[in-house]
Design a protein around this ligand. Structure first.
Ligand code: FAD
Length: 307
């Protein structure tokens, strides 16, 4: 109930105006966001790299409705790629297609994405297309496949959400295509017609999808994106029992969430990648993090009262 209300607020313009108007809310959001500038993001990236963790950098933003507003987004991502390469950072990038104009036209979005993928490929930086709400699933997978198959980009990967009923079919097809996939539970407000409403069903589906995909032949590659101890334990057990090679998967977690567990997985010899968002458009991302864990809301409220 609370999750649904917070996810509703994450997309409400009036709530965004109210929350981003509080200077102190920005300070609290810093728990999940590296900062507002690329310098902030690179500082966090180097710190995580030094601790043995890989990174994926996300320039925050989504739902752009004017074509000219996508130009600075492409420029920002190009700047991120240049800094990653120039500073020899161990980082990929993650991006959202509605940030690149998917709501305006698929052609514009594809053109923007191609600019970024071309630079990224030249610099040897992998790119993950984040998955947004189910309204965009078909278009996102279509664009991912177009970039991979028609334009031949070998550095692009996609995301599948275990809460969607359709994901079993999508994962089966992607496994047979040898895709590079991030598997997460899913962070958006979805109706029961398209997504499992109960967490237990989402969790069970996550384990099924993970196990099936881990058995796909190379070059299929799985990014196990979760903070859930049950999911992590299920992955570790399956990987051990089936002797799945460490070059076939990695663990991924979000910046600011379970940092000690991130370190422990890296110390156990796994490749662990941290999703590090930065930029001024932190509101919807921050609200989705609150929705995932109601305890974060009390942390947020306590911080507001303390200040
Ligand atoms: C690297 C990465 C990339 C992602 N990309 C996408 C994407 O492209 N599209 C998409 O829809 N979703 C994405 N997500 C979000 C994902 O869908 C989930 O909403 C999120 O990861 C929470 O699910 P969980 O697997 O951690 O399990 P949950 O069952 O939600 O949480 C398990 C435990 O993890 C801890 N935890 C989880 N979330 C939080 C939090 N916010 N604050 C503090 N502790 C927390 C708590 O201890 C909790 O009990 C991504 C997640 C990761 C890790």
């Amino acid at each position: 109930m609370l999750r649904r209300f917070l996810l509703y607020l994450s997309a409400a313009a009036w709530a965004r105006r109210m929350v981003t108007g509080w200077g102190m809310a920005r300070g609290v959001a810093r728990r999940f966001v590296a900062g507002e500038t690329l310098d902030d993001a690179m500082t966090v990236t180097h710190t995580l790299n030094a601790a043995g963790l890989a990174v994926t950098l996300d320039y925050l933003g989504e739902s752009i409705h004017k074509a000219k507003d996508t130009e600075p987004v492409v420029a920002a991502y190009r700047a991120v790629l240049e800094r990653i390469a120039a500073e020899n950072a161990r980082s990929s990038i993650s991006l959202k297609l509605t940030h690149l104009g998917l709501d305006i036209s698929e052609d514009l979005c594809q053109a923007n994405l191609r600019h970024i993928l071309t630079d990224a490929q030249a610099l040897g930086v992998p790119v993950t297309i984040d998955m947004e709400s189910s309204v965009y699933t078909d278009a996102t997978l279509r664009i991912y496949r177009t970039m991979r198959d028609e334009y031949g980009f070998a550095n692009v990967s996609a995301v599948i959400q275990a809460y969607l009923y359709r994901s079993a079919d999508d994962m089966r097809a992607l496994a047979s295509e040898g895709a590079h996939i991030r598997l997460c539970k899913g962070a958006y407000l979805e109706p029961p017609e398209v997504a499992y409403p109960d967490k237990a069903d989402v969790d069970a589906n996550y384990v099924r999808l993970m196990q099936d995909f881990l058995q796909a032949p190379p070059p299929a590659y799985l990014c196990i994106a979760t903070h859930d101890e049950t999911m992590i334990a299920a992955a570790e057990t399956f990987i051990r029992e089936r002797a799945i090679g460490r070059d076939r998967f990695e663990f991924q977690m979000l910046y600011g969430i379970r940092p000690q567990r991130q370190q422990a997985l890296a110390a156990a010899g796994y490749l662990v990648r941290i999703y590090v968002p930065f930029g001024e458009a932190w509101y919807p991302y921050f609200m989705r993090r609150l929705a995932e864990r109601p305890a974060n809301l009390w942390f947020f409220a306590r911080s507001l009262f303390r200040r």
